[in-house]
Design a protein around this ligand. Sequence first.
Ligand SMILES: Cc1ncc(COP(=O)(O)O)c(C=O)c1O
Length: 371
Amino acid sequence: MHPQVPYFSLSEQHQALKKDLLHAIEKTIDQNNFCLGPDVDAFETEFKPFSGTDFCVAMNSGTSALHIALLLHNIGPGDEVITTPFTFASTSWAISYVGAKPVYVDIEPNTYQIDPTKIEAAINSRTKAILPVHLYGHPCDMDAILAIADKHGLPVIEDAAQAHGAAYKGRIVGNLGRQSCFSFYPTKNLGACGEGGVLCTNQPDLARRAIALRNHGSYQRYHYEEVGYNYRMEGIQAAVLRVKLRHLNSWLEARRSHAEVYHQRLATLTSLGLILPQEQVWARSSWHLYVVRHPRRDALQQHLQDHGVGSAIHYPIPLHLQKCYEPLGYAPGSFPVAEQVARECLALPFYPEMTPTQIHRVCEVLQAYPA
Ligand SMILES: Cc1ncc(COP(=O)(O)O)c(C=O)c1O
C-alpha cells in the first residue's frame, strides 16, 4: 500500500507545537489581551528581520494590509494601479476597495511574475502606483520595476503575501518598495491559527497613519481625523505567530531542500513536457509553493489523484477574465502568458514537514504519467 500524499497539511506542525501554542493562547486569555495588545506589539518588533523594514503594522489579514497600503497613498476613484492578472484575487480587491481601477500587465513566462518590460506601456496620467506580487514566493525583478516607478514618480507596494523569507539580489523581500504586505493566512509560510497580515514600511509618517487606519482611524481614543477600519490583529493570533516565528527559518530551509529534491528527481521529465519552477540566479525564493506546468495539466492532476497524490491549481482563471472584472473590458487573449500559465500550472504537495517517502512517492507517480 502506497502512502497517500496530501497536497498540504498543518497537522504535523500543530501537533509538534501544540503545547507551546496552547500555553501562548492561555496566557492571552488570562490577560484579556484580545484586540491588539502586548503580543501584537512584540510580534511587530519580532517580524522586522523578515520584512527588513523599520515599521511593521499588524493587521487582521493581508487583504486589509493591502487596502491600507493603497489608502496611504490617497489612491481613490479615477486612479489606476498597475498589477498582475495572475495572482490571488485579493491583490486586486485592494485596488477595487479604494475605488481605483486595476490595470493589468502580462507576466514573464519563466518566473510568472509581472513583466517589467510591459509596465511602461500601461502607465498614464491616472496611474498612481505599481503593485507587484512575489507569486509563489519567487521575487519579481524589482530593480527593473523600481527604475520605471522612479522615472514616473510612482510608489511601489509589494504584495509579499507568499514571500516570507524571500530575497532579491541579496536584499530582503518586503523592503524593496515603499511598503510591503504579508499575509498570515494559515497556509502561508508563516500562518496564524486564523487570519492575520502585516503592513511594513520604513516611513514613520506612513506607519503612524496605518496604525490609526487599522484602529478606526483613531490617533487618540474617540477622536477621528478620518474614517478608519477595524483591521486590528487579534492578540491570540499574535501569540500564535510569535510561537511559530521562532521556527520560520527552519521551515524555510525545509522548503528549499524539498524544492531541490523535486528539482533533481523531476529533471528527466522536462523532456516529456513537464516545466519545473526556475529560481533565477538573482533570486532566493521563499518556496511558498512548488508549481510545475504541463500541457495536459488536468489529466496529470487526475493521474495524481488516482494514485493518492494531492495537488492544487494556483490559479485557474486570471483576474482579467473573472466575472467581477468584466466591466474592465479585457477579453481572452489580452494577457496570453498569464492565460497559458493558468491553463498549465499545477502545485505539487509541498510543506515543510513532508517526509522523504512522501516526496519520493510524488516523483514516482509523476514519472509513471504516460508521455
Ligand atoms: C498573493 C496574495 N495576496 C494577498 C493575499 C491576501 O491575504 P489574506 O488571505 O491574509 O487576506 C494572499 C493570500 O491569501 C495572497 O496569496
